[in-house]
Design a protein around this ligand. Sequence first.
Ligand code: ADP
Length: 248
Amino acid sequence: MNAIEISNLKYRYHDGTEALRGVSFRVLPGECIALLGPNGSGKSTLLLHLNGILPEKLPADGAVKVYGDVVSPANIENIRCQVGLVFQDPDDQLFCPTVAEDVAFGPQQLGLKEADVSERVKKSLAQVGLEGFGHRSTHHLSHGEKRRACLAGVMACDPKILVLDEPTSDLDPRGRREFKALLRLLPATKIIATHDLELAVELCARTIILDHGQIIADGRTVELLSDEKLMLAHGLERPHILHHLHPH
Ligand code: ADP
């Protein structure tokens, strides 16, 4: 069964901007997919559809399916347990005073007992390398720590699918390296919107390129990213990391 199936997904914002113009693709369980494209190509809009944050009024038309279930008002709670979304800006995601409270929020919403919630918080913080950070204020974390805290909050709900919007955009080189190593260890199916082409090459066997709300290419990362003409045509570039792998 497909982890995700998107069929002819279209979305227009209130001001008339057509952000998605008929997007279709399938994701198998365990895949790790890079979603590339220039700014404004529709990446964030697409990710927000994967767990029903968009559209504002959920239709039951079958454009988005998660493990065979149509994302609809009837099963939105269930879908949100299965699809964990890490926002582009950690400050949009973190809203509790302390890290532990923030990470606990999801499992509490799932209705778990307090002891189980604590267990999940401890486990998720350890998973992201934030042991002992539970009592810290979410406002006083570094960028990298905020990213990790957001990931811990999502992991605490034990989703089968992880969706990340530019997870390394504000990290320094070491922070990026560490965050990529962390992602690599997580077994969930992953869809990662990014401008970090090294991340795409290192973590994602498959890449989907969006431009103007449409899929321009969907295939093996190394092949697509080596195609200089394709990359340049869509505001991207061939990453340095591929130059020594596939010298011209
Ligand atoms: P990306 O994540 O690839 O940068 P987005 O999904 O953010 O692309 O944006 C896709 C298109 O939708 C762009 O033209 C953008 O200006 C527009 N858009 C994004 N958010 C909104 C919004 N809240 N209202 C109106 N237009 C929006």
